[in-house]
Design a binder for this molecule. Structure first.
Ligand SMILES: [Zn+2]
Length: 473
């Protein structure tokens, strides 16, 4: 184990030399990875085959390397908006194709393993940055009925390989926590069940041991941030059926990490997790890990919110109530889904002490009120630029009215929200699902504004970046 941990640290320290620099964030598309795959054909360690097509006609690639007797199959992004592992796979291709790093490790892996990889099983969904494929079918519920060409391709390749291990690579929501702790579940694992009885077949036990082994390695880097999914049997899912058909399946889900919305640190952790796992499959060391390690991984729970405002006072009809406000951000696609803006809403209010925020702010002693819409009508962007947000917020307003102005964006870089149609002012309220626009006071003075879930500190207005909403329809 000490050696395996040392290897993981070596991968950690040399990562930057192999990181695929052209994949900068999560919003890359099929057209970004095809040239990278085509380049692999020039390296004789890779075999590149087209094994199917998506509904919109995008070729699905199978990349094979190694000539060992143990067979490993990895596939990523069957959900189009879950790209973290795909990027890590391209980092791994660089590791294998670059002659500079760890020649002995590469030789060892390639002589002991036959590795087969389909990166981005759902390129049509990735194009729109959506979970499902282009006809709105969830590929991970299509392994039995086989209605989609993407699922048929994945199943055909699986059947042709008869792999010992399978890596089912996904992303999960930021709201997952490690048990009821305040840590996001940054990596979640599962060795899926082969049946409703959750039978411990040999392939499943192998997957459990490998997950346990990999968890002990990842604890070097992200201790307390690893969880496992419920093993309830899902008869329509790939992992469960591949387990039933004799492959030890490792479900690996990348969740949230504080300060890493683009998940580039978790991409690096994926790279380490996958290469470390391949190494312990090659050596067989995973087999020495007791099943109890897997069983002791905490469960995936949902106790995370994006931004938590603690211990505010809410005044209603001369009474005061102590509340927390939990805010979540949704990503709204822009620029053909190559980019996004964040739209905040109230997830919950009240005693939220069992939840944790990616960010938290203790506002004990402060009073919260809904942000209001200023009734004066502005007529141009120039007029908006002349508004001093400190004055606006000090009067209790988070939104301004803009009329007779050609403004088509759905978000803005102003400190305040823009309302294009007076009848569409955001709902005034502090309640679940309401937009997160608040004014926060102490001793009768406005101290903070929350505009679209972002904090504006009246005392340090220069810290504002601008993430507001345009209400128009
Ligand atoms: Zn998924």
């Amino acid at each position: 184990m000490a050696q395996d941990k040392q290897l993981a640290w070596d991968l950690y320290h040399s990562y930057e030399s192999f990181r695929e620099k052209s994949l900068e964030n999560r919003r890359f598309k099929y057209s970004d990875i095809v040239p990278l795959i085509e380049q692999l054909k020039n390296k004789n360690i890779f075999k590149v085959d087209k094994v199917g097509k998506s509904i919109e006609g995008r070729d699905l690639y199978l990349i094979s390397l190694g000539s060992g007797k143990t067979k490993v199959f990895l596939w990523s992004q069957m959900h189009g908006d879950e790209p973290t592992a795909t990027a890590a796979l391209f980092d791994m291709f660089n590791f294998f194709s670059d002659d500079s790093g760890s020649p002995e490790l590469k030789k060892y892996l390639l002589s002991n393993l036959s590795i087969s990889i389909i990166p981005m099983v759902n390129p049509d969904g990735a194009e729109l940055f959506q979970r499902r494929n282009i006809v709105e079918i969830d590929l991970n519920r299509d392994v039995v009925r086989l209605q989609t060409p993407e699922a048929i391709t994945l199943k055909n390749v699986f059947d042709s390989l008869n792999a010992d291990f399978g890596f089912n690579l996904h992303d999960q929501g930021r709201d997952y926590s490690v048990g009821n702790s305040s840590n996001p579940a940054s990596i979640s694992f599962l060795a899926p069940s082969p049946d409703y009885d959750k039978s411990l077949t040999v392939p499943r036990e192998n997957a459990m041991k490998l997950i346990g082994h990999t968890t002990e390695i990842l604890n070097e880097f992200i201790p307390g941030h690893i969880a496992k999914y419920t093993d309830d049997y899902e008869p329509r899912a790939f992992g469960d059926n591949f387990t039933k058909w004799g492959t030890g399946v490792i479900l690996l889900e990348s969740g949230g990490w504080r300060g890493d919305r683009e998940k580039q640190f978790l991409r690096k952790i994926n790279y380490i997790a996958i290469l470390s796992s391949l190494n312990s499959i090659a050596s067989g060391f995973y087999n020495k890990t007791d099943l109890s390690v897997y069983e002791s991984i905490p469960n995936n729970e949902k106790f995370m919110m994006d931004f938590m405002l603690r211990k505010l006072k809410l005044q209603k009809a001369d009474k005061e109530y102590l509340i927390d406000i939990g805010i979540n951000f949704e990503e709204e696609n822009i620029d053909d889904a190559r980019n996004f803006y964040l739209k905040a809403s109230v997830e919950d209010i009240g005693d939220l002490s069992v939840y944790s925020g990616y960010e938290e702010l203790n506002l004990s002693g402060y009073i919260v009120e809904p942000g209001k819409t200023k009734q004066e009508i502005f007529h141009s962007i120039q007029e908006l630029e002349n508004i001093d947000p400190v004055n606006l917020f000090s009067e209790g307003f988070t939104n301004v009215l803009l009329s007779d102005c050609d403004f088509s964006d759905k978000h803005s870089y102003f400190a305040f929200n823009i309302v294009l149609n007076q009848s569409q002012s955001p709902a005034n309220g502090i309640k679940p699902d309401a937009p997160a626009n608040f004014i926060i006071k102490k001793d009768g003075l406005v101290k903070f504004a929350i505009v679209n879930g972002f904090l504006f500190d009246i005392n340090i207005p220069e810290n504002w970046n601008g993430n507001s909403i345009v209400y128009d329809k």
